[in-house]
Design a protein around this ligand. Structure first.
Ligand code: SF4
Ligand code: SF4
Length: 255
């Protein structure tokens, strides 16, 4: 689904307003267990890839090769990564097992928010306004359970808060680039893939191009960028902001 199709889909669902609640529980033993973990169009954000690749202890290039289907958005040509489903009759997720999700602590954000859909748009204060929708699929028996949740409680319970920070930065980058009406040239498509989805190779590029010699980056941040995936991804967002919009508050060229 493109971002516009996703918005259309979410708009067709009942909205869960702030403070409103819904009943839901998912657990091993429920009659529909694992039924939702297949035939998915699961778009992975850069932070999803970071968490999954680290969980699987794979080189990022290998992770992308084995687990991702890469395409570009038709309007902006921004690269999109989808989780490659297994080639069986159910098109199962590669990580689903009889006992449940084998990557549970690092499962993608979309698996965490389910059965909620989250839509965001920039607000006038430079922040993000969010809306939630309840996705009631007929096979899902979780809605028959008595446990009650507001969207806030559900996302906290599912460990989604850290995803918000990284995913919203990603969505902001996409939205700002879309506003320019431009399309990414091939070279920039490769750069976005490298910076956002291949963090270990991106670190290699930082070293080879001596990026730290050309920009104001203090010693503590340099160390973190070279050692810590989250810091590398933050730097990648800054780097792309600079490449795409010619300026970035957090990354200034040396005078
Ligand atoms: S279909 Fe619903 S209740 Fe069943 S396993 Fe999936 S999320 Fe849980
Ligand atoms: S990552 Fe885990 S929760 Fe998400 S679809 Fe795959 S098995 Fe299910």
């Amino acid at each position: 689904m493109s971002k516009d199709e996703t918005k259309e889909f979410l708009d067709s669902l009942p909205e869960l307003k702030k403070g409103e609640s819904y009943c839901f529980k998912c657990y091993p033993g429920i009659s529909c267990f694992n039924e939702c973990c297949g035939d998915l169009n699961l778009v992975m954000t850069p932070y999803d890839v970071l968490r999954l690749r680290r969980h699987l202890e794979m080189a990022s290039r290998d992770f992308v090769h084995v687990h991702c289907e890469t395409s570009v958005m038709p309007d902006t040509r921004f690269p999109v990564m989808r989780l490659r489903m297994t080639d069986n009759a159910k098109r199962s997720c590669p990580f689903v097992r009889t006992e449940g999700c084998s990557v549970y602590p690092d499962r993608p954000g979309a698996c965490r928010t389910y059965p909620l859909g989250r839509a965001t748009r920039p607000n006038d204060d430079g922040g993000v306004e969010e809306q939630f929708f309840v996705v009631r699929e007929p096979h899902c028996r979780g809605f028959e359970e008595p446990d009650e949740w507001t969207s806030e409680e559900w996302l906290k319970d599912q460990g989604f808060e850290v995803y918000v920070r990284f995913n919203d930065r990603y969505m902001d980058l996409l939205a700002r680039f879309k506003e320019t009406g431009k399309q990414l040239p091939d070279q920039m498509v490769q750069m976005v893939v490298l910076a956002l989805y291949q963090l270990d190779d991106f670190r290699g590029m930082i070293e080879n191009m001596r990026v730290f010699d050309r920009f104001e980056v203090d010693g503590e941040r340099r160390k973190a960028v070279m050692e810590d995936d989250e810091a590398t991804l933050e730097f990648a967002y800054d780097w792309l902001e600079l490449m795409l919009f010619r300026s970035c508050e957090n990354l200034k060229p040396k005078m």
